[in-house]
Write a protein that binds this ligand. Sequence first.
Ligand SMILES: Cc1cc2nc3c(=O)[nH]c(=O)nc-3n(C[C@H](O)[C@H](O)[C@H](O)COP(=O)(O)OP(=O)(O)OC[C@H]3O[C@@H](n4cnc5c(N)ncnc54)[C@H](O)[C@@H]3O)c2cc1C
Length: 206
Amino acid sequence: MGELPRQLEIFRDVSKQLGDTQVRNMGTACGSMAHADPAGDWGPAAVAVGARLIVESVDGRREVMARNFFKGGPFSTDLRENEILVGVEVPFSEGQGTAYTKLKRKTDDFATVGAAVSVRVSRGGSIESATLVLAGAGEVPVAVEINDVVKGRTPDEAADEIKKVAGQAGEYQEDLRGSVEYKREMAGVMALRSLRSAYSRARGGD
Ligand SMILES: Cc1cc2nc3c(=O)[nH]c(=O)nc-3n(C[C@H](O)[C@H](O)[C@H](O)COP(=O)(O)OP(=O)(O)OC[C@H]3O[C@@H](n4cnc5c(N)ncnc54)[C@H](O)[C@@H]3O)c2cc1C
C-alpha cells in the first residue's frame, strides 16, 4: 500500500489480517466488498470510516455510502446487475484515529468477529465521537451506536461499557468458530482493543 494517511491506518490493519499471503496478493478490496461476505474485513472498515463507494456502468457513475451498500442479506449489495465498483473515497481529518482488530482461528481464516473503529479525539484527550462496526456479527457489517458511551471519556474510562454494548449487538450462530456467548464476549474484547488502538493513533501513537 502506498502513502496511507495516518488517520486511515485501519486499512493497513485490514490488509495485514485478511486471509493469507496468496489471498492478500490477489484479492482486491472492491472484489471483497462486491462479494459481501458477512465476515469480510473490508466492508466494516469502509463503513466505520464513512467511505463512499464509486460505482460505474454503461449508464454512468454514482456514489453509494458504504453503510448503504451492504443490504438485503449476506452476499448482497446495492450493486445493480450491470455495475462494477471502481473506487473508494474516504474522508479523514485531524484528531482522527482508526483501527481494525480481528479474532480468527488460524492464519487464513475469516473473522470469528472483527471490530472496526474510527474515533475523533479532542486536544485534551477525550473522545468527541466514535464509530464501531462489527464483522461476523450479522448478515451485513453491524454498526453499533457507541457515542453515548465514549463521548467525553477515554477508552479506559469507557472500557466496561464498550465491551457490554459491543457484546450485546449483532446476531450470531453457534458454529465451528465458537458459541454465541463466546462470540459476544470476543466482540466486546475486539471492540475495546480497536478503540484503544484508534485512540492512541489519534494522539500520534502507534
Ligand atoms: C482462503 C481464503 C481466505 C480468505 N480470507 C478472507 C478474510 O480473512 N477476510 C476477508 O475479508 N476475505 C477473505 N477472503 C475473501 C477475499 O477477500 C476475496 O476473495 C477477495 O478479496 C475477492 O477479491 P477479488 O478481486 O479476487 O474478487 P473475485 O473473487 O474475482 O470476485 C468476487 C465477486 O465479486 C465480483 N467482483 C469482483 N470485483 C468486482 C468489482 N470491482 N465490482 C463489482 N463486482 C466485482 C465478482 O464478479 C465475484 O462475484 C478469503 C478468500 C480465500 C480464498
